[in-house]
Each structure stands twice: as C-alpha cells, then as structure tokens.
Design a protein around this ligand. Structure first.
Ligand SMILES: Nc1ncnc2c1ncn2[C@@H]1O[C@H](COP(=O)(O)OP(=O)(O)OP(=O)(O)O)[C@@H](O)[C@H]1O
Ligand SMILES: [Mg+2]
Length: 392
C-alpha cells in the first residue's frame, strides 16, 4: 500500500479538528465562491501542501491574473495568524513561465526586479508543429470545409508528414504560397493571417520541447496575464499545447513505470485559476478537450488537477462532475447555487446549498470529499507564502 500523503487545508469550524486532503494519488479538486471569497488564496494553500508533501509531483499553475509569482516571498502580513495556527511562513522557489519574450512582456526594469527577488524566469514558445491541423484552423476560426480552412489544414498536414516536428511559421507560409490547388485570393487572405500571427511573439523558430521548461524543484507558474485574452484564444492555445504535451509524456512514462523502467517525467499537479475561461460550459475552446481528458483519465498517467472559478455554472459540467474534492466558498447567485446543488450526494445529510448558507467569513469553505464521503465546514489555513490576489 502507498504511504498516506496528507495535505493540510484547515480546521473544521465546529470541532477545530484538522482537515486533510489525501494526496497520495491522482485528485481533482474544484474550488468555487464569489469574488473575494478566498478561492485563489485556498488554491495557494493546496499548492504549498503539494510542494511540501508530495514527492515527484510538480505543481504547474495556470495563472491568468498574474498573481502567483508572489509565492517567492514569505507571508509577512499574516505572521500573527500563522503563529496562532502553529505554522511558519516560508518562501518558495518559483519558476515563472512567460509566453513569448519576458523582456518585451514585462519591460526591462520589472524583469530585473523580479529576478532580484529570486524569481527564475523562463520564456516559453510554442512549436508550430505541436498544434494539430484542426487546432490551427480553430485558432483562426476557419471552417475546415471552406477554402481557407482546407488550404491551411492541407499545409499543416503535409508539413508534419514530411518534416515531423521540424517546421516553423516560415515553412507554413512557404507551403501555403506554393499550394497549387488553392486560388490566389484564398492564399492571400490566409497569408495575411499567418503573417499577423507572427506579431503574437509566441512561436518558436526551432523545435524546443516545452516540457524542458518545467523545473521539478519549483512552483512552475505560467503567467498568462501577459497574453492578450482577446479573440484568438491565445491563452487557451498556450494551455492546450502545454497540457497535451505533458499528458502524452505521462502516458508514455506510465508504461515505463509499469515495466519498472526508469522514468524522467514527473507527475504534474495542474492548478487553473479562473478555470471557466479554459473549460467553458456550452462552447468549445482550444484547451477544453485536453483538460476534460486530463480530469477524466488522469488517474492512469497519475496527473492531478485543481480548478477555481467564481462562476460554477460557467464551467463545463463534465469537468465539475469529475472532481472528487469540492471546496465551496460563499456563493450567492441562484444559477451557481443550482449548479452546485446538482453535486449533492447521498451521504450528505442535507443539500449542499444548506451548508453553503452557513458560511459567513472569508476563507471559510464547505469541504466535500467524495472518496471519504465526508462533508464539513472548514476555515482554510493561513498561507505560508505571500498571497498576490488581494485588493489595493
Ligand atoms: N483563509 C484565509 N485566511 C486569511 N485571509 C484570507 C483567506 N482567504 C482569503 N483571504 C483574504 O481575502 C482576500 C480575497 O481572497 P482571494 O484573492 O483568494 O479571493 P478570490 O475568491 O480569489 O477572489 P476573485 O474572485 O476576485 O479572484 C485576500 O486578499 C486574502 O487576504
Ligand atoms: Mg481569485
């Protein structure tokens, strides 16, 4: 039997008993609550616990607000509270993954100050060959049955057949230009889009495995706040390419583990804040399929997931219903309470919404664990490292 790994999240409100999440195997945690109710803070609690207590599990944080880099510093503001809880503040090693060129994204002064504070900053670029022909068409919102979509699909498919991983944006442009089956107007419109995508500054010229950018000893924070959330779904693109690669590698690694061969691909615990942007309900997104697969099939490759959102009803129900741990902070909108109430289980003595009504302070949450069939109201523990999401 595997050793029990207990992730300390807080104390039960009535009894003061310590509450833990079992982290000894793959988990899927769902955190929700209205604005300012403590979701990002609680996510930080779990990140700290995963880093401190699980060996060979690497935290990767998808950070659309750009707030988790502050974990590189101790929580100095809540020293008293940490003291009351018998906890000590601490700083973490943070590997900040920046899509594109960090100097351009932050400016020179901010970047050097971040480095002075101990952050490691790694640029991540996307290999054009890591995006499928369908993915390319989705990116430009092209129908694969219409001329532009057909041309782009054909170009990517041919390049990957002929050159495998070894092609870049210039090669795609050249291939489209030389496509004898498409008419000039179609090609010109497509080339405009491809040229424009150069300005995103996201694509790499030579193939670099995205996996190499992760640091196993650090908290890996993917700062998406520097990427325009606009119409091309570029944030989703980055998440999708990264997660596809990680998932694929873990599936291969799992085979090796079963054969007792050496494995150099650690398990990943993915944390996604503002998750409704990546797995929206009722619409597709570039990252949705892989993230749903991650949560549904994650046990086998040994990957975990924690998602946080202020709008449970805006997060795909398939994702929500797969989560085996729920941390629900204060929530008031009827739609969202209804969505949560759908998750009520037989072992609960009353509906989830009656528990939610009892919450009255920031940092309190209804904690449901499907594995233990338990439900309680928890005061989440103070953070060891600095929380970056507070208001000014
Ligand atoms: N367990 C806790 N203990 C002490 N303070 C907390 C706790 N949880 C949250 N807070 C405080 O509440 C504030 C809001 O928390 P947080 O940023 O996590 O909210 P949120 O739910 O993520 O909000 P948003 O929807 O705006 O992202 C933080 O500044 C933090 O200081
Ligand atoms: Mg938040």
């Amino acid at each position: 039997m595997k050793d029990e790994i207990e992730l300390f999240i807080g104390k039960e409100l009535d009894t003061d008993e310590e509450e833990y999440v079992d982290g000894s195997h793959s988990r899927a945690v769902f955190i929700c609550g209205k604005r300012g109710s403590g979701k990002s803070y609680s996510m930080g609690d779990i990140i700290e616990e995963v880093h401190d207590h699980t060996q060979g599990v690497v935290p990767l944080i998808v950070d659309p607000m750009g707030i988790y880099w502050t974990m590189v510093s101790e929580n100095e503001e809540q020293q008293n509270s940490l003291w009351d809880w018998g906890l000590q503040s601490r700083a973490y090693r943070v590997n900040l993954l920046v899509p594109g060129n960090p100097k351009e994204r932050y400016g020179e002064e901010v970047l050097s100050e971040m480095k002075r504070r101990g952050l490691e900053v790694s640029a991540i670029k996307i290999n054009p060959s890591d995006i499928s022909p369908d993915g390319w068409c989705d990116l430009f919102d092209l129908n694969i049955n219409k001329p532009m979509g057909i041309t782009l699909y054909r170009a990517i498919r041919n390049l990957s057949r002929q050159q495998g991983n070894e092609f870049n944006l210039d090669d795609i442009i050249d291939t489209v230009e030389g496509d004898a089956q498409s008419n000039e107007r179609t090609k010109e419109a497509l080339l405009n889009r491809l040229e424009m995508s150069r300005d995103w500054g996201l694509f790499s010229d030579t193939y670099t495995p995205i996996w190499d950018r992760l640091d196993e000893t650090s908290l890996n924070v993917l700062d998406l706040s520097v990427v325009d959330p606009g119409k091309y779904g570029l944030r989703n693109l980055v998440v999708s390419v990264l997660c596809r690669d990680l998932f694929k590698r873990r599936i291969k690694a799992r085979k090796r583990e079963e054969l007792e061969l050496q494995v150099d691909v650690p398990r990943v615990w993915l944390f996604i804040d503002e998750a409704h942007n990546f797995v929206p309900s009722g619409e597709s997104s570039l990252s949705k399929d892989i993230l749903i697969r991650w949560v549904k099939e994650g046990r086998q490759p040994g990957v975990s997931l924690t998602v946080a959102t202020q709008q449970p009803s805006a997060l795909d129900h398939d994702m929500v219903s797969q989560c085996d741990v729920i941390l629900c902070h204060k929530i008031t909108t009827r739609e969202d309470i209804q969505e949560l109430n759908r998750l009520s289980q037989d072992y609960m003595s009353s509906e989830l919404k009656t528990y939610i009504q009892k919450l009255d302070r920031v940092g309190q949450a209804v904690y449901v664990d499907d594995e233990d069939e338990s439900i309680s109201i928890v005061q989440m523990r103070p953070r060891r490292s600095r929380h970056g999401g507070g208001e000014n």
